[in-house]
Design a protein around this ligand. Structure first.
Ligand SMILES: N[C@@H]1[C@@H](O)[C@H](O)[C@@H](COP(=O)(O)O)O[C@@H]1O
Length: 245
């Protein structure tokens, strides 16, 4: 696991954006895994800017998002469909049929999970998966206790996750209780993983990721088993790191 330590949120976003642009240049038909949350918003803003300036094209890019709430319309401002359109997808030159998010509104959610897995397989593999991290170590919506072998599945969200995400809703009662998420096994099949971590509220989380044990109780710890992971973390997120060199 390689750690890139940067000053602040802006520098994290810039470093991530340059990293992704470089990757996109190397591949003819890149398949990129995308994440939601406040952490990648700055990265997406920079990618939109680069696309507008003509420095990068997304015409050959295929995307797969990690997760989506269930029983929420894609047009609902709190859906991850809406989030992705607003922050990235509506503003870049990517063909719509190359964009994939789980359909949290599907009649048969189990079938939707299988179909999502099939679509990823058909695309080959995810070349680069962008990840954020929940305070409790969740990746995608894989909460503590999720098997490392899990595939795309329906999850019941932890109360702590619903609370953390309630800042986007009018009240916690409106936060969905379930979601569809790519499984940990699915995420681990990506050729490469880029994790972004920012802010003091993630300082204990980052310390546990780097210095804690590999355990299903802390989902992100699985990344120690992956051969190509880069973590970009800002000073505030690094503020509680033990074993500083
Ligand atoms: N499902 C998403 C995760 O993919 C994300 O990493 C996490 C952290 O979000 P934030 O970046 O807002 O802290 O929130 C949500 O639960």
């Amino acid at each position: 696991m390689e750690i890139i330590r940067v000053k602040d949120y802006e520098e994290m976003s810039k470093t991530a954006s340059s990293y992704i642009l470089e990757k996109l240049k190397q591949l003819d038909a890149p398949v990129i895994g995308l994440a939601t949350g406040s952490t990648p918003e700055g990265l997406y803003r920079l990618l939109v800017d680069e696309n507008k300036k003509g420095n990068v094209s997304f015409k050959n890019v295929t995307t797969f998002n990690l997760d989506e709430y269930t029983n929420i319309e894609p047009t609902d401002p709190n859906s991850y469909h809406y989030f992705m359109n607003k922050h990235l997808l509506d503003h870049i030159d990517i063909p719509k049929n190359q964009i994939h998010l789980p359909n949290g509104n599907a009649e048969d959610l189990e079938a939707e999970c299988q179909e999502y897995e099939n679509k990823i397989s058909e695309a080959g593999k995810i070349d680069l998966q962008v990840l954020g991290i929940g305070v409790n170590g969740h990746i995608g919506f894989n909460e503590p206790g999720t098997p490392f072998t899990s595939r795309t599945h329906i999850v019941t969200l932890d109360e702590s996750t619903r609370e953390a995400n309630s800042r986007f809703f009018n009240s916690i009662d409106e936060v969905p209780t379930q979601a569809i998420t790519m499984g940990i096994g699915t995420i681990m099949e990506s050729s490469e993983i880029l994790m972004l971590i920012s802010g003091e509220q993630k300082a204990d989380t980052l310390n546990r990721l780097l210095n804690g044990e590999v355990s299903e109780e802390f989902p992100a710890s699985v990344l120690h088993k992956h051969s190509k992971v880069t973590v970009i973390a800002d000073e505030a997120a690094c503020s509680k790191l033990e074993n500083l060199e």
